[in-house]
Design a protein around this ligand. Structure first.
Ligand code: SF4
Length: 161
């Protein structure tokens, strides 16, 4: 299966020190016209190669900055421009989890998304040293607990509804 890492948004609500998106500061969201074109091309490909499937991994930046409206528009385009192939287009999400809400999860479910990918690269403030070396002994358990309690557990609950 082909996987497309689909960067529909090049901005983020976070500010990770190592992030290319933050460094570039483009603040761009893919216009609906281009989204439509991409889905039409995917449809053309799948019409031609009838055994193929395509996985779209929605990525950013932070993908939830697109909001539920954007995902609903994508669903509308899939119905309109990929009527016979949309069942062979799978969707996945990579998010920092901080902006996920009930409306977005409802849109994810229509897209058939059952899991949300995330990553956690903890760099505590006191571990970023001026001379460039990282203090790997800095404590981070508190932040992990915060992450699990505030983002991970509520989102898991919403996905399981
Ligand atoms: S959460 Fe991801 S996209 Fe956002 S600033 Fe951090 S690394 Fe970059």
């Amino acid at each position: 299966m082909i996987t497309i890492i689909f960067k529909a948004v090049e901005k983020c609500n976070s500010n990770c020190v190592y992030c290319e998106v933050i460094a570039k500061r483009q603040n761009a969201i893919m216009e609906y016209g281009l989204l439509k074109e991409v889905l039409q091309k995917i449809n053309d490909y799948l019409v031609k190669y009838t055994e193929e499937e395509i996985n779209i991994t929605w990525h950013g930046g932070e993908v939830c900055l697109l909001g539920a409206t954007y995902f609903l528009k994508a669903i509308e385009f899939l119905d309109k421009y990929c009527p016979t192939t949309k069942k062979r287009i799978r969707h996945a999400i990579q998010s920092n989890l901080t902006l996920i809400n009930e409306e977005i999860i409802d849109a994810f479910k229509i897209l058939g998304i059952k899991t949300v990918g995330t990553s956690y690269e903890y760099i505590p403030l006191d571990a970023i040293l001026v001379n460039g070396s990282i203090n790997t002994k800095a404590p981070h358990c508190e932040w992990v607990t915060h992450f699990m309690t505030n983002y991970f557990e509520p989102i898991t609950g919403l996905m399981m509804r």
